[in-house]
Design a protein around this ligand. Structure first.
Ligand code: ATP
Length: 819
């Protein structure tokens, strides 16, 4: 082998030596042909006029051609230049050259790229040339001429040029990557190069100045040499150019200072020591010094844990919490009804009449106004007045009842002053209010494009804008309203908006309905959206005892979530779920995707009356703490009295929604101010977000619509069961880890024991996977396994130790357990 690859001199053999003969033949043939073509084309371009008349006389020996390659050259030129491509024909010759070198395996060109470029220009160039030199057919060839002629007739001259420019522009953009960012990058690089060159130049100009100075000194020295030829050798001028330019030059001469005296000194043979005005060194100021800032790349070292999670993400992708119900479809808007015409109709007469009444009445009480403006909302019209200077706001406030009497209307509310407006507002109910349908608000851009975590759309404001709030930020909502004023519709509106936005894996409801009728509809979506205690039958809780257990269970869930968040170093559920999705949290350690949990209590007064502190305590605890772990409360009551809505509850429910209440005392209890007693009912509401009170018309969604929505969701594939809340110790139940009652063991206890023993792994998440269980149930089984001694105690992040070594021993053990 060595022999083949090396010559006698030991040099590797040239690649051409390994080429086959046909390759060499065809390669050289292509190159020669390319040369012949090029020369023929040049010759043709120079002589074509005289040879044109001889076209087609190839066989006629009497006729001579002036082309260097005779008639063949003439024929080639005519064929490629005149009849087809014009000057672009040279590119064809070039292509033969590329082909030849390619066959000979010479890497002078990148063949495919070069061929691509050449083909582009073979097409583009004739058109371009024909567009410029229309009359000169030879330059563009027939191809270019005819195409331009054709394009000219169909897209006109302007279109033709646009096509030419766009095509070449696109070619450059695509070929040379001329994106704005790339251009910017190149510009910056060029700037850097220019800048560094400039710096160099500056430095060299300094050097140059120094050189000039030195040269001058040298010349001067030479002059001195000339004047004192006798002492030539004593002056060490020759060493000067190498003397670095500095303030102190040791031996340098200058004609100005070379006085006769010095000459004499020289003549007398004394050693010369001349001081010279050395060229001033260029002292760089701070601005002159080139200053480059290099930002060191942030060394983002991944720790072992991050690397592991990145590997998992690259292998399996991000954790998709929706995967179990990947095909889940959100209910379509068509399930909702429109409830008549929602156009706000302007009744000019009514507006005029009300305005006159307000102005007249205020005048009677000597309250002058300088301006009045009306804004028409769905249920009320807001008249904003600007009182004349010197009028007290309290004077107008006092007139509330008089204005109401004068307008003979219910639900007049005076807002004095309007926050942030400098006016006084008088809300007057419209004679023909417009209903706000749930459909209209849910189909709005505002709702559809919202990025809120838990978007709740309440309805429309007085200025007809859709009003939405994020339940995750509220973070708990207290609702009040006398019977029949729209509270239940309001709850349905809230639930509906959440159902239209959140996937079942992201949201669970715990529904408490002591009235037993309002929320029962939602039991159809139990396996999708509801959460319940492990052993309870109904997901909608109506029994007060169960409510207490459920609330306590929610508190346990909250504590567990806090523990999980703490272990994951996260502050909020959002951060935690993000981390979990990025596979940074190990499910083996109990981590799981945490859905939001919304607790809805429809009649809170009822609960407080029957269970008192037992309910108040967990509610207050949840309200105080649960916001960060994604548990939010919506508590509604008919009777917003102080013994129902206690100070502790109120303090932790910053967001309040008030429908019409009976008395202003009730209004103060719920909103801390009067006003809710002035509402007109039918969904007319006040919303308090902790800062201001906003009057809204609640969106209307009636029972058949809700039914359609829950039917739609319920008919789809759901989870195996409702989301299980953690079990809590109840007074009735005695089952706990320590006191295991074999009669109360889980139906899957034995299967779980077999799995644990056969795999020798006491892991809850493995049980979850193998038996397809929820985390809580698997955890309970694991506790039972621990209580029976099959597995050891909880061991931090590691799996529990399995105490039974094989399945035979297990079967014996299980039999003993049964007896
Ligand atoms: N947003 C609304 N728009 C129009 N009408 C409404 C609206 N909300 C409620 N209503 C009307 O008021 C009636 C009573 O509403 P709803 O059942 O919600 O009252 P409620 O406060 O829940 O009463 P209760 O506490 O007795 O259940 C509805 O049947 C409907 O006719």
């Amino acid at each position: 082998m060595e022999k083949n690859t090396k010559t006698n001199t030991g040099k590797p053999l040239e690649t051409t030596k390994r080429l086959s003969k046909p390759r060499i033949f065809f390669g050289i043939l292509c190159i020669v042909f390319s040369l012949v073509m090029t020369i023929s084309f040049i010759s043709y371009l120079l002589n074509w006029k005289s040879d044109q008349s001889q076209a087609g006389t190839m066989m006629d020996t009497t006729i001579e051609s002036s082309n260097i390659f005779g008639k063949v050259g003439d024929w080639l030129g005519k064929l490629f230049i005149f009849d087809s491509l014009g000057v672009a024909a040279f590119l064809v010759a070039f292509l033969f050259l590329v082909l030849g070198t390619f066959i000979l395996k010479k890497k002078y060109f990148k063949p495919y790229k070069t061929i691509g470029h050449a083909l582009f220009f073979i097409c583009w160039l004739p058109i371009f040339i024909a567009a410029i030199f229309k009359a000169q057919g030879t330059l563009s060839g027939v191809y270019g001429y005819q195409i331009v002629d054709f394009l000219d007739s169909i897209i006109g001259v302007f279109g033709l040029w646009l096509l030419i420019i766009v095509s070449i522009g696109l070619y450059f953009i695509l070929e040379f990557n001329l994106r704005p960012s790339a251009i910017q990058h190149r510009y910056n690089t060029l700037k850097d190069i220019a800048f560094s060159k400039f710096n160099k130049k500056e430095n060299s100009s300094e050097d140059f100045e120094a050189d000039v100075a030195l040269e001058k000194i040298q010349e001067d020295g030479n002059e001195i040499e000339k004047t004192i030829p006798a002492k030539k050798e004593t002056i060490s001028v020759s060493g000067m150019p190498v003397v670095p330019v500095s303030n102190t030059l040791d031996i340098i001469s200058t004609p100005h200072k070379t006085s006769t005296e010095q000459t004499e000194k020289l003549n007398s043979g004394d050693q010369i020591s001349l001081s010279v005005d050395a060229p001033k060194p260029i002292v760089k100021t701070e601005e002159d010094i080139s200053f480059k800032v290099e930002i060191a790349p942030v060394v983002d070292e991944l720790d072992e844990h991050d690397q592991k999670s990145q590997k998992l993400v690259s292998e399996f992708g991000l954790f998709d919490h929706k995967l179990d119900l990947a095909k889940f479809q959100f209910p379509p808007l068509s399930l909702l009804a429109s409830h008549g015409n929602e156009e706000i109709s302007v009744n000019q007469e009514e507006l005029e009449e009300n305005k006159n009444k307000i102005v007249g009445l205020l005048k009677n009480f000597n309250v002058g106004i300088s301006e009045i403006k009306a804004t028409i909302g769905p249920t009320v019209t807001l008249y904003e007045i600007v009182p004349e200077a010197g009028i007290r706001v309290s004077a107008i406030k006092k007139l509330q009842d008089d204005i109401a009497l004068n307008l003979s209307a219910l639900g007049i509310r005076i807002i004095a002053p309007m926050p942030g407006k400098g006016t006084i507002g008088i809300e007057v109910p419209r004679k023909n209010p417009t209903m706000v349908s749930m459909k209209s608000v849910l189909s709005s851009q505002k709702f559809q494009n919202t990025d809120m975590e838990l978007p709740v759309v309440f309805g429309k404001t007085i200025s007809n804008e859709i009003f939405m709030a994020d339940l995750a930020k509220m973070p708990h909502l207290l609702m009040a309203g006398a019977t029949g004023q729209g509270k239940s519709v309001g709850i349905n509106a809230i639930l509906t908006s959440l159902l239209y936005k959140k996937h079942p894996s992201e949201l669970k409801f715990v529904m408490v309905d002591p009235k037993k009728v309002e929320l029962t509809l939602y039991s159809k979506i139990e396996r999708h959206y509801l959460a319940k205690l492990p052993d309870s039958e109904d997901a909608i809780i109506t029994d007060t005892n169960k409510v207490i257990n459920t609330l306590n269970s929610l508190c346990v869930e909250m504590d567990q979530r806090y523990e999980l968040l703490k272990n994951a170093f996260c502050r909020t559920i959002k951060e935690y779920n993000k981390k979990f999705s990025e596979r940074k949290l190990n499910p083996e350690n109990g981590h799981r995707y945490l859905p939001y949990i919304v607790l809805v209590v429809d009649e809170f007064a009822d609960l407080i009356m029957t269970a008192g502190k037992e309910v108040e305590h967990p509610i207050a605890r949840l309200a105080q703490l649960a916001r960060a772990v994604g548990i939010h409360l919506i508590v509604a009551t008919q009777r917003p009295s102080v013994n129902v809505i206690t100070g502790m509850i109120k303090a932790n429910f910053p967001a309040r929604a008030a429908f019409r209440v009976i008395s202003s005392v009730d209004s103060r209890t719920i909103l801390d101010s009067p006003g809710a007693d002035q509402l007109i009912g039918k969904g007319d509401m006040l919303y308090f977000n902790g800062n201001e009170i906003i009057r809204l018309q609640c969106a209307f969604v009636d029972t058949p619509e809700v039914e359609k929505i829950v039917d739609f969701i319920g008919s789809q594939k759901g989870y195996a069961s409702a989301f299980e809340l953690p079990e809590v110790e109840t007074t009735e139940s005695s089952s706990s880890v320590g006191g295991f009652d074999p009669n109360e063991k889980d139906a899957l206890f034995e299967d779980a024991a077999r799995i644990v023993v056969s795999t020798q792994q006491g892991s809850t998440s493995m049980l979850q996977r193998q038996l397809k269980l929820g985390y809580n149930r698997a955890g309970r089984i694991m506790d039972q396994l621990e209580a029976t001694g099959i597995v050891g105690s909880f061991n931090g992040s590691k799996a529990r130790e399995v105490q039974i070594m094989d399945l035979n021993s297990l079967e014996t053990f299980l039999n003993e357990l049964k007896n």
